[in-house]
Design a protein around this ligand. Structure first.
Ligand code: MGD
Ligand code: SF4
Length: 729
């Protein structure tokens, strides 16, 4: 007899969950000489195959994870995982995983690795860091980081005395959106975004390829809304999966989205379709916006965007008529051009004049729950020099911008950068202009990678420190801001394999060797979590049994009719006209910027996601690789015909700077405009240690030699590169 998953859920419902530790590991079934059979254990945890952070339940038999499922009580998963979530098992048992610390014995980047003990590897890193500190100062050590491991290494770096850490997920992804919403509403839209999709009557997707970009509960809610008859409007040069569900697919000319947004605002205001009561009660600067958008007529926008004025007016009316239950999706990867923040500001302004912020079917409010901050240690960080981006991009805030670290490393200005830590990020795939990255690392005295897999960036490191996977470790609690507030736990499902260690352990041990023990006053991370739970008044045992705890009293998703609601902006109102931007010398209301378009024979390189992969991090995952082994280059059928290209044949892409891609199969399709080529991001790994991913498909980043910086937030627009097709493979 074994406990089935259904039984488990029944038991959970009665007992409130079964403790991982309380399930007997093996109950022998001594039936007529048969071998004892293990009962499965079900251990709740939090997925990290992407950053949606769904609650997962691992089924473990004989110390082996045999299945991962969604935790039914977790709002991000709702009982389901996406393909990547199920693929966590492939990551855990990937034979190519990093198994021990490694030290490069060759030249920088040569990847002539020798195996090392933790003591030797950490000792070497600590020794080099001390030397760099003495010669250049503590600020010369920088961190490029992504994911939960960031918590420990940002703490370590700050304790060491450096303010220089940067997240690709800010500058190269969500930064523009966050800044635009903070400036307008006084808060960002959260991560996962607080989108009331399930109640939306109209959903507008501006380059947001939902369900290719597979964020679990978002896809579930999108499907629910479509099922209930929501009108979907998709602006995308490519007929995406979501476009297949849309009433309106607007195959917009890339780089012109701001034109259509401004024209929509124009029509909605001039036809009086905006939410007058909401605008009067909650916003500032409506008159200035109305004045500023007057020039952006649908006829003008038609010339810019290739979308007819008739359709622009028709869709604007659909938005106006369905207000406030309209969701203009704020996007996530919003680093496209040099005016990302202004484009996202237009999204925010449109959302506000439709009265959709804090209303059903729009963007719901942040649940309110006050929890005392609990720091990794009480000790203050030492004073240090200002961070590299300080003052340069006034709205970048604390999150840092990756290219400033690269630039300072190359130039030594404003001060030298001599060591990089890369934790949970593949620098060769995340950042544009790979030549700059490679030149910069030659200037370093130390490059350390903390990773689970030997992806491209790891192969460049002097010292590689293998972190165990999310299924083998504790991490900090995750706060879940769904319609109500909740807390999700990550706990080991199995013991770390090989000689890999959790990120918290690596940071603590390194801290010890740097004389920073006081910053790591806990013995194990579970001790820290228990203390935190106690301070927050949470039952740790209950949390570890259920995986997720909700605080329903914190829910207040919508602004009530007539309520005096105060936004967290300086004026307490939604700032349609931004004084803050004006004070820093930026346009207080978005103005249209024209961007270059490809000339004859050239195509704009656009890129995106596939539902079964997350960036480069899953491309070697045996389970997910089977579903998608490599990417393909989407080319319009008419172009293919003109060039004599056949579906499935190999081509090479060459960019405006003469950089060639790896060979890639062509997908001939009507589903893309004639002026673009589309690649799924993250493929074409150059790491020979990845037996499956090595040189499979083309690397979009390789072709992104140019980028455009948004001066407001320092975000990096990467869709400014043009490519040609060649058959020379
Ligand atoms: P990945 O390419 O998946 O993502 O860029 P990255 O964050 O660099 O590389 C992640 C690395 O982290 C891998 O080496 C993986 O093995 C490792 N890793 C995964 N999980 C863990 C863990 O738990 N612990 C540790 N220590 N390591 C782990 C993403 C970034 O790239 C982002 S957020 C965006 S939105 C941008 N997307 C993007 C794009 O779409 N196109 C182009 N051209 N560039 C892009 N850059 C940005
Ligand atoms: Fe995991 Fe998928 Fe959820 Fe991302 S969306 S956390 S990969 S289950």
């Amino acid at each position: 007899m074994s406990i089935t998953r259904r039984d488990f859920l029944k038991i959970s419902a009665v007992t409130g969950g079964v403790a991982a530790a309380s399930i007997p590991v093996v109950k022998s079934v001594l039936a007529l000489g048969k071998k004892p059979v293990s009962l499965p254990q079900y251990v709740p945890t939090t997925c990290e195959m992407c950053f949606w952070r769904c609650g997962a339940i691992a089924k473990v038999v004989d110390g082996k994870v045999v299945k991962l499922d969604g935790n039914p009580i977790h709002p991000n998963s709702r009982g389901k995982l996406c393909a990547r979530g199920h693929g966590g098992i492939g990551l855990l048992y990937d034979p190519d995983r990093l198994k021990t610390p490694l030290i490069n014995t060759g030249a920088r980047g040569e990847a002539k690795f020798k195996k090392a003990s933790w003591d030797e590897a950490l000792g070497l890193v600590a020794d080099k860091m001390q030397k760099i500190k003495e010669k250049y100062g503590t600020e010369s050590v920088a961190l490029l980081t992504h994911g939960t491991v960031s918590t420990y290494f940002i703490h370590l770096l700050q304790a060491f005395g450096s303010p220089n850490f940067a997240f690709p997920s800010f500058a190269l992804c969500r930064g523009a959106r966050d800044v635009a919403f903070e400036v307008t509403f006084g808060e960002n839209v959260g991560n996962p975004e607080r989108l009331d999709l399930q109640n939306s009557k109209v959903i507008v997707l501006i380059g947001s390829h939902l369900c290719e970009n597979a964020h679990n509960s978002q896809c579930q809610e999108f499907a629910e809304a479509v099922g209930k008859g929501a009108t979907v409007i998709v602006l995308d040069p490519r007929f995406s999966t979501a476009a297949g569900k849309a009433k309106y697919w607007l195959p917009i000319k890339p780089a012109t989205d701001l034109a259509i947004l401004l024209a929509w605002i124009n029509v909605i205001i001039s036809e009086g379709l905006y939410d007058k009561e909401y605008v009067t009660k909650y916003t500032n600067g409506f008159t200035e916006v109305a004045q500023a958008v007057r020039e952006y007529t649908p006829e003008w926008a038609e010339k810019e965007t290739d979308i007819s004025a008739r359709i622009i007016v028709e869709t604007a009316r659909v938005l106006g008529k369905n207000k406030p239950h309209v969701l203009i999706h704020p996007g996530r990867h919003t680093a496209w051009y040099s005016d990302n923040v202004q484009r996202q500001r237009a999204v925010a302004i449109l959302t506000a004049i439709l009265g959709s912020y804090g209303r059903t079917g729009g963007i719901y409010l942040n649940p309110k729950k006050k929890l005392e901050p609990v720091f990794l240690s009480e000790k203050d960080y030492p004073d240090n020099k200002p961070a590299l981006n300080k003052g340069k991009y006034p709205f970048a805030g604390e999150e840092g911008v990756t290219h400033e670290i690269v630039r300072a490393t190359l130039t030594g200005e404003p001060y030298p950068i001599k060591a990089w830590f890369t934790t949970g990020t593949n620098i060769m795939k995340a950042m544009p202009n790979q030549r700059d990255t490679l030149n910069a690392i030659q200037k370093l005295d130390l490059l350390v990678a903390v990773d689970m897999m030997p992806y491209d960036g790891v192969m460049l490191a002097d010292v590689v420190l293998p972190e165990c996977t999310y299924l083998e470790r504790h991490d900090d609690f995750f706060t879940v801001k769904e319609r109500s507030f909740g807390i999700s736990i990550r706990q080991p499902v199995v013991q770390p394999m090989y000689d890999s260690k959790p990120g918290w352990w690596i940071a603590k041990e390194l801290g010890k060797r740097l004389g920073l023990e006081e910053y790591f006053p806990w013995n194990t991370f579970e001790d820290f979590l228990k203390t935190k739970a106690e301070i927050w008044g949470i039952d740790y045992l209950e949390l570890s049994k259920k995986g997720y705890i909700d605080f329903p009293e914190s829910a207040k998703p919508y602004i009530s009719a007539g309520e005096e609601y105060k936004f967290k902006t300086p004026s307490g109102k939604i700032e349609l006209y931004s004084k803050e931007l004006k004070e820093h010398g930026f346009d207080p209301v978005p103005k249209y910027t024209k961007h270059d378009q490809p000339s004859e024979g050239w195509f704009r390189l656009i890129y995106g996601r596939a539902p079964v992969h997350t960036f480069s991090r899953t491309t070697n995952n045996p389970s997910l690789w089977e579903l998608m082994e490599e990417n393909v280059a989407w080319v319009n059928a008419k172009i293919a015909k003109k060039m004599g290209l056949k579906n499935g044949e190999y081509i090479v892409l060459v960019n405006q700077d003469g950089v060639k891609s790896n060979k890639v199969r062509i997908k001939v399709t009507e589903r893309i405009r004639q002026d673009c080529i589309y690649l799924v991001h993250g493929f074409g790994s150059t790491s020979k240690l990845l037996k499956k991913a090595y040189l499979r498909g083309a690397d979009d980043q390789q072709l992104i030699t140019r980028y455009a910086i948004d001066l407001i937030a320092g975000t990096v627009g990467m869709r400014v590169n043009f490519v040609k097709i060649t058959k020379e493979v």
